[in-house]
Design a protein around this ligand. Structure first.
Ligand code: ATP
Length: 324
């Protein structure tokens, strides 16, 4: 029985949720200097500092099938020859110009998180190409790709260590002054100043238990210290109280300011402010445009807007694009 059970358990563990992969991406790329399973070529090109342009050209992707996974160790999955399995991205093309915010929206399972993860090479495309600046991400040096891209997600990981140690993972040479400035911009400086151990407060179970919103703001401070030119953000529904929510929003605005942003958007305020909205459905971009453009059409966005984004009547009432 154990012999039967072993592989089954292994398989269910392998189907890692996309978001946990994003979180682990954040850990791997921002925090731990682990060797990622995805390799760089011998003549890898450095992504120049400050690069903000992103381009997806006819990108196709499918996750490795369970059968393939059972034949390979987790580390090998990314390099498997892919011949079977269903494509979850089927010819996705778009460009994000430096400094723009592009929102990915669409029904659950449409491929939003998958699209976002191909940029930092959590996985590699199975067709087409992803460019950062004018470099195919598969040809970029991993260190420069890590330096260029930052990730903000709901479940940002903090280690069971002091606040200052958690932040210095982003920039080991950061001075205390720079650390305080980042905490202030992330709306969490005041809280940390009020703690008896200040920056040396230990985070976590056996230390100080920060709330979800506080942890997120510390993670945003870490991103501000790292100062990537491209930010991937997943807004996924947080259950924060309204005070914490307002502080997180302010911190997120700091995190995005002056950077290129690819946002998996769940908030009306974000989609409304986006320079471009890409509506994904079943692995394809089915509509694209600004909020005003898309609301005026009676397509999938209009439907999502009414059901998903406009659940806050007050926000909707302030929306000039709404036909009342
Ligand atoms: P949501 O809004 O629910 O997060 P999404 O638009 O981000 O959805 P993805 O998470 O990118 O969609 O998923 C796209 C498709 O890929 C879905 O059919 C999903 O079941 C599948 N998928 C996601 N992660 C994996 C995985 N690790 N292995 C196999 N299939 C996966």
């Amino acid at each position: 029985l154990t012999r039967l059970y072993g592989p089954l358990t292994a398989l269910s563990n392998v189907r890692v949720d996309v978001m946990s992969a994003l979180v682990s991406f954040e850990r791997v790329f921002e925090v731990l200097d682990l060797q990622p399973s995805i390799a760089e070529p011998a003549n890898a090109k450095p992504v120049p500092p400050g690069t903000g342009r992103i381009e997806f050209r006819d990108v196709r992707f499918r996750y490795p099938s369970a059968a393939e996974v059972s034949l390979a160790s987790l580390e090998d999955v990314a390099t498997l020859d892919r011949t079977v399995g269903e494509e979850v991205l089927r010819g996705v093309s778009f460009t994000v110009h430096p400094g723009q915010m592009v929102a990915l929206v669409g029904p659950s399972g449409a491929g939003k998180s998958t699209t976002a993860m191909l940029l930092p090479r959590v996985y590699d495309v199975t067709g087409g190409v992803v460019l950062v600046g004018d470099i195919d991400v598969r040809e970029a040096s991993l260190q420069s790709l890590r330096d260029t891209i930052g990730v903000v997600s709901q479940d940002s990981h903090l280690f069971h260590e002091t606040i200052v140690e958690n932040l210095r993972y982003a920039r080991p040479d950061a001075t205390d002054g720079e650390i305080w400035a980042a905490l202030d911009r992330a709306q969490v400086g005041e809280l940390v100043r009020g703690l008896p151990d200040g920056l040396d407060t230990v985070v976590g179970e056996r230390g100080y238990r920060f709330s979800g919103g506080e942890k997120q703001r510390i993670a945003i401070a870490r991103l501000l210290l790292k100062a990537p030119s491209i930010v991937i953000m997943d807004e996924a529904t947080a259950h924060l109280d309204s005070e914490s929510e307002a502080a997180v929003q302010k911190a997120l605005a700091e995190a995005l300011s002056g950077r290129t942003a690819l946002v998996i958007a769940h908030r009306l305020s974000t989609v409304r402010d986006a320079d471009l909205i890409l509506v994904l459905d079943d692995g394809r971009i089915v509509e694209r445009g600004t909020h005003e453009d898309l609301v005026a059409r009676s397509g999938l966005y209009g439907e999502l807007y009414r059901t998903q984004f406009a659940d806050s009547p007050s926000e909707r009432a302030q929306d000039p694009a709404v036909d009342r």
